[in-house]
Design a protein around this ligand. Structure first.
Ligand code: NAD
Length: 282
């Protein structure tokens, strides 16, 4: 059997928890991959969810259908996160329809890879514009709403939560992907600086840093047995991650169970950041 298709490890079956009951969440880039899994997990935890997408309305609507089966509301909203006007309109629409915003998950992102000398300014600007500026634009709208509303104790003990989906490449340099690594390194200090600034308002800001997760963005790293074998050399835990594992981390981090967790990068990476080159003693 292709190693990438081995059965998943059995996860403990916990009764459905309503950790985010009554909260309003928005997940950017939620029509596929990690964003989709996070949007579903937030819905399963009781949140109403805005599913942001930039292209492919049908896929976003399918995600909304799945979320509604949890008994919560879901709404697909098209917006390019790198466009200030579209981001502002998306949040205005969410507040009109859902009343407020409690959780922002800054997930939308992409790669445009090239050897450094061939990297075009357009590729640089596109990746920085979506992965970093897009997170800034969405976080700014969320903070404005969190500050306007303040804490609603029966909903959450914080005024709002921002989860930045960063990457192990906020700390691991990545040759051939300089624009991507720069964008994620930028997300790290944007997140931490913002966390420092808004903490007194009871606004929590954290990042999740996935390692290798099986999604369309990195199919070339797991799509063939040879590629998967190579990938495992980078993962001490010796398996690829699944998108729903990021979803579960996001639910916990957005919930009041994590109320004292602030300004951290939570690595969900099977140990990819443990210098795997040294796993046999160096
Ligand atoms: P993906 O390609 O399935 O998801 C990215 C989503 O972002 C897509 O739905 C895409 O349409 C959307 N998007 C792109 N540009 C957008 C824009 N301008 N406005 C709104 N949405 C836009 O890949 P994924 O792996 O699910 O990636 C999600 C996030 O996770 C990204 O930020 C990525 O950098 C990060 N990440 C992924 C991995 C991994 O191994 N898959 C590892 C580390 C970090």
């Amino acid at each position: 059997m292709h190693p990438a298709h081995l059965p998943r490890p059995v996860m403990p079956q916990v009764p459905p928890q309503q950790l985010l009951l009554g909260q309003k969440a928005i997940v950017t880039g939620a029509s596929s991959g990690i964003g989709r899994a996070i949007a579903l997990a937030l819905g399963q935890a009781g949140a109403d969810v805005v599913v942001n997408y930039v292209a492919g309305e049908d896929k976003a609507e399918q995600v909304c259908e799945e979320i509604r089966r949890c008994g919560v509301r879901a709404m697909a909203v098209r917006a390019d996160v790198s466009d200030e006007g579209q981001v502002r309109e998306m949040f205005a629409r969410m507040i009109r329809q859902f009343g407020t915003v409690d959780v922002l998950v800054n997930n939308a992102g992409l790669q445009q890879d090239a050897a450094f000398e061939d990297l075009t300014l357009a590729q640089w600007n596109k990746v920085i514009g979506i992965n970093l500026t897009g997170q800034f634009l969405c976080a700014r709208e969320a903070v404005r709403e969190f500050k306007r509303r303040g804490v609603t104790p029966e909903v959450s003990c914080s005024a709002g939560k921002i989860l930045c989906i960063s990457s192990v490449h906020e700390v691991i340099p990545w040759a051939g992907h300089v624009n991507y690594a720069a964008s994620k390194g930028g997300v790290m200090l944007m997140m931490k600086s913002l966390a420092q600034e808004v903490a007194p308002y009871r606004i929590r800001v954290n990042s999740i840093c996935p390692g290798a997760i099986r999604t369309p963005i990195n199919m070339e790293a797991w799509g063939t047995p040879e590629a998967y074998r190579e990938l495992l050399k980078l993962i001490p835990y010796k398996r690829i991650g699944e998108a729903d594992e990021i979803g579960r981390a996001a639910v916990w981090l957005a919930s009041d169970y994590a109320d004292y967790v602030h300004g951290i990068s939570l690595f969900v990476d099977g140990g990819m950041t443990l210098y795997p080159g040294f796993e046999t003693g160096g």
